[in-house]
Write a protein that binds this ligand. Structure first.
Ligand code: AMP
Ligand code: MG
Length: 296
């Protein structure tokens, strides 16, 4: 993926269009340090950080309209942001920066770890269905049902025929959600092997980060190539017109946050949200309040 100037980006459409994957994904072709779509600026980092604040205000406004419609009119629509990445890919940081701009009341954030015994006793989508956002909410998945075609495949947690059948099950599941009023935004944060090493080392250097370090991450890191292949397949097979995948180069945190915020804003803008109309007589209600006296 090449660097694009602001002008070229505009001619190609939104940042979402630019970062949306094609039918055959090869992550080796996407430079994790690149900053596609970022306008040329003297200090791009400062610029992106500043822009993030104003995009955040847009996100908050859209989210409020979404929430208000569900409350006022029973509008079933909702947004689901699915975040996937290798360890240290920046999922937590992105949630802090992007979801952090929104009202906690309208957010539903769920992280997925190894399935519990109860979860393992059910179909892989069982725990996902239970974690879905309600109407009017913005749901965020920190890892997701995609782990069931990533770690499950790389670590052979299930037989091949089982994970192979999951791609179409996922597509069917997401189709069902979209038909039910979901807007699904799927983002893979793409970091480099070198950057992951830096970030893991940082976790070992800073005592306030020990808690984030998991020795198992180094085992997963040893399977990097297998993971990238599993990601290529998951992204290629499960990118659909109704729930497309995006790859965000994520070695530079400021670009990552700016890009994800843009993608989410594009999705909310596409929902054509407005504040619900009053379903009462505004003038009559005002008269009642204006005439009102302290009860004795
Ligand atoms: P973290 O995101 O750092 O809290 O780590 C969560 C861990 O849970 C990662 O190592 C994932 O690979 C693992 N995990 C998440 N979903 C699954 C799953 N469906 N099957 C097995 N492991 C999973
Ligand atoms: Mg971890």
């Amino acid at each position: 993926m090449t660097e694009l100037t602001g002008a070229r980006l505009r001619s190609r459409g939104s940042l979402s269009d630019l970062l949306r994957v094609g039918p055959t994904v090869d992550l080796t072709e996407i430079d994790p340090r690149s900053t596609p779509g970022l306008p040329k600026k003297k200090d791009p980092k400062a610029w992106a950080r500043e822009r993030l604040a104003s995009i955040g205000a847009d996100l908050a406004r859209y989210q409020e309209k979404l929430y208000a419609n569900a409350k006022a009119t029973g509008d079933p629509r909702r947004l689901l942001l699915v975040l996937q990445a290798m360890d240290c890919g920046g999922k937590d940081g992105t949630i802090k920066k992007v979801a952090g701009a929104m009202n906690p009341l309208g957010l539903h954030i769920v992280g997925f770890g190894p399935p519990t015994e109860e979860e393992r006793a059910h179909d892989f989508l069982w725990r996902i269905r239970r974690a879905l956002p309600e109407a009017g909410q913005v749901g965020v998945f920190n890892r997701s049902h995609y782990e069931d075609v990533l770690v499950a495949r790389v670590d052979s947690l299930v037989p091949e025929r089982t994970w192979q059948s999951r791609y179409w099950q996922i597509n069917g599941f997401e189709r069902e959600l979209v038909n039910g009023g979901y807007t699904i935004v799927k983002v893979m944060l793409h970091i480099s092997y070198q950057e992951q090493r830096e970030r893991l080392l940082e976790r070992l250097t800073d005592p306030t980060k020990y808690w984030k370090y998991n020795p198992g991450d180094v085992d997963a890191r040893a399977r990097w190539t297998d993971y990238q292949a599993a990601y290529n397949d998951a992204l290629s097979r499960c990118t659909t017109d109704y729930a497309p995948w995006h790859v965000v180069p994520a070695d530079r945190k400021w670009y990552r946050d700016w890009a994800v915020a843009n993608i989410v804003r594009d999705a909310l803008a596409g929902m054509d949200l407005s504040y619900p109309k009053a379903d009462f007589d505004i003038a009559a209600e005002r008269r009642r309040l204006e005439a009102d006296r302290v009860p004795r």
